[in-house]
Design a protein. Structure first.
Length: 657
């Protein structure tokens, strides 16, 4: 079958000035939706950004989080009643221990589910006492993970993590295991693709063909689909929108977003549906699949402010279709076209202040899945999300999408503007915790912001992502701590000076050690993003990297980390110039849908899958203080060479600082 044709259009009209006034479209009602699945502890920020921006331009804009709403509907007494029907429909011979536990303990699940949800929402803190008895909650297979924790003299497997004062934390961890058991029931009895965060990711991630998604959308709706459709109809009836925006940050949000669009187009065909977000911006830049437009009307790329203004003017009758900005449309002949009217993006300082108005901030679930204090920031507590600067000021890393707008277009806001936004958000939400979601927050901007926060005595707590560069001196780290910084994450990546240079990371292992130790000495938790499987990385490189990481934990430089498998994208320097990195790219199949990850042949022939299991096992134990002084070769199931890194390399680097 011939692949559908992709036809880009660039009109020649001169760009219109950004007057701050929408020519037409204020009368349109716009509803932004967070589709399943994203975080459950805090709203994904895209709809807050867009809603705040649109309201600043006089548009009637609203937002809802259907990811949270779906989970709260499924994990309720009524939802578990329906789930029992699905579980009992599974043939006896095919039932897992999880299903047997759920069916056998169903009465206890019904009696506890609403109270556990209220506890995780912070509305019933005294329930912690009963949860901690280990006799209140039904315990399925997920509770077996407690056996992996070291017992203390009392025989309590959680005492090492929480001690005698961790009543609430201990209970939230147990309650999270309880919810994970129920997620397993949903996966086994209703939909094998279900995850709390990555729902149906497998049928969207790097799928060149739309066929798997089309088949899933054409299948009879299951319990999860039906529930999502009901929530979608309720949201449309409640807000009566003319336009619905579906923000899709991850592959795991694509299927549900398209199901939402399918419901709207079937029952409210007059409503225009727009698809955008991180997944679209990276994977659908060459979209040529007309079937996508059976469930959405428009697909926009990159920062959404300018495309949305143009689209609303078009829908308001004051802009021609060929004057849309970075927007895919389907023509009558089935051809998919990208309309690229040349207009400048809205300056970062003029995008307005995010608003969480309309989102149920007191209904989010404060989960505690991982016990590591840094890791839990991602799932524990509700954080106001804010961007310090658009894009990345470094934009050289060879593994990164440096050619795309979200990285390449760097714009910073002044400290005054950022502090004004922070004050407005605190006033609106009543909460002072912030997660700065930058690719890499610039040290100069953070320094200026820290002074502004201290001068205004705002008293916030914040964390974010940085590059471990030498600008982060001990003095600056202390200043950031005084301004409210509690944690920092950053990329150490391969922990090899040779590969860091090949990556154009702009840092060395010893420099990272000194910077991370400066953060730690200032009382700031440090999480390291790590990578394996980079082009030309050998087994020796991998073993040496783990030895570096072990020493960073041993010397108190980092408290947390995670190893990611390198993935080559078509938008990265490796994907665009593979010869420079010694690899050969595999040809991409035709299909007209997603195009992002690309397979490659590495001449080293290293089996990174086998090594990856050891890396993840090792760092999980390092985060819990286990095996930090052991020979790193003990973590591998295969024979590996001895590290060439001296066991005191990091200690020496710190002594020289």
């Amino acid at each position: 079958m011939t692949a559908p044709r992709f036809v880009p259009i660039a009109t020649g009209a001169s760009p219109a000035p950004d007057t701050g006034v929408l020519r037409a479209g204020q009368h349109l009602r716009v509803l932004s939706l967070i589709p399943p699945m994203t975080q459950l502890n805090t709203p994904y920020p895209s709809t807050a950004y867009l809603t705040g921006f649109l309201r600043s331009r006089g548009v009637q804009a609203f937002q809802e989080d259907l990811a949270l709403a779906l989970v709260l509907r499924l994990l309720s007494r009524d939802g578990l009643g329906l789930l029992l029907d699905s579980a009992e429909a599974v043939p006896q011979a095919q039932r897992s221990d999880t299903l047997h536990t759920f069916i056998g303990e169903h009465a206890r699940y019904l009696a506890t589910i609403d109270r556990v949800i209220a506890f995780l929402q912070g509305r019933d803190s005294t329930l912690a006492h009963r949860i901690n008895t280990r006799g209140y909650l039904p315990e399925g297979p997920r509770f077996a993970t407690l056996d992996a924790y070291p017992d203390d003299e009392s025989g309590d497997p959680l005492a090492w993590a929480f001690g005698s004062l961790g009543l609430q934390d201990r209970a939230r961890h147990l309650a999270t295991l309880y919810l994970n058991d129920l997620a397993d029931v949903l996966r086994q009895a209703v939909d094998g693709r279900f995850e709390f965060v990555r729902y149906a990711e497998s049928i969207a991630a790097s799928q060149h063909s739309f066929d798997p998604l089309a088949d899933a959308l054409a299948a009879p709706p299951n319990l999860i689909d039906q529930t999502l459709a009901e929530l979608t109809r309720d949201a449309v009836l409640r807000h009566q929108p003319d336009v619905v925006l579906l923000s899709v940050p991850f592959p795991g949000s694509v299927y549900a977003a398209l199901r939402i669009g399918q419901t709207i187009k079937a029952q409210y065909p007059q409503v225009r549906v727009v698809l955008g977000g991180g997944f679209v911006n990276t994977e659908l830049r060459e979209l040529a699949e007309p079937r996508v437009f059976d469930v959405v009307d428009f697909v926009t790329l990159d920062a959404g402010e300018r495309p949305l203004l143009a689209l609303l003017e078009h829908l308001g009758g004051h802009r021609a279709r060929d004057e849309l900005v970075r927007t895919f449309v389907r023509e009558g002949d089935g051809t998919v076209r990208l309309v690229q009217h040349p207009e400048p993006d809205v300056p970062f300082e003029h995008v307005g202040t995010p608003t969480w108005d309309g989102l149920p901030l007191h209904e989010y679930l404060s989960l505690l899945d991982m016990l590591n204090p840094m890791n839990r920031l991602w799932s524990d507590g509700r954080w106001n999300k804010l961007t310090v600067a658009h894009g990345c000021y470094w934009k050289k890393c060879s593994f990164c999408d440096v050619s795309l707008d979200y990285i390449s277009r760097y714009e910073a806001a002044s400290a005054t503007v950022l502090a004004d936004r922070i004050e407005a958000i605190v006033k609106e939400t009543g909460q002072t915790g912030f997660h700065f979601v930058d690719e890499a927050a610039p040290p100069k901007v953070l320094k200026a912001l820290a002074h502004e926060l201290i001068q205004r005595q705002l008293g916030i707590s914040w964390w974010g992502n940085v590059r471990f560069e030498k600008s982060f001196t001990p003095e600056l780290c202390q200043l950031l701590a005084e301004s409210g910084c509690i944690a920092i994450s950053g990329g150490l990546e391969v922990a090899s000076d040779r590969l860091l240079q090949l990556m154009k990371k702009g840092v060395s292992v010893e420099q990272v050690a000194r910077v991370t130790r400066a953060f730690t000495d200032a009382g700031i938790l440090v999480h390291a993003y790590l990578m394996y499987g980079f082009p030309t990385q050998t087994v020796q490189d991998t073993v040496d990297a783990l030895e570096y990481v072990r020493q960073l934990f041993e010397n108190g430089c980092i408290q947390s980390g995670f190893f990611h498998r390198f993935a080559c994208t078509v938008h990265s320097p490796v994907g665009q110039d593979p010869d420079a990195y010694g690899v050969t790219l595999q040809p991409l199949p035709d299909g007209g849908f997603a195009r992002n990850d690309v397979a490659f042949i590495d001449p080293t022939g290293t089996d990174h899958d086998k090594l990856g299991q050891a890396l993840k096992k090792a760092i999980y134990n390092f985060m819990h203080g286990i095996g930090v002084d052991s020979d790193v070769r003990s973590w591998f199931d295969v024979r590996v060479p001895k590290p060439t890194v001296k066991r005191n390399r990091i200690a020496q680097a710190l002594a020289q600082s």
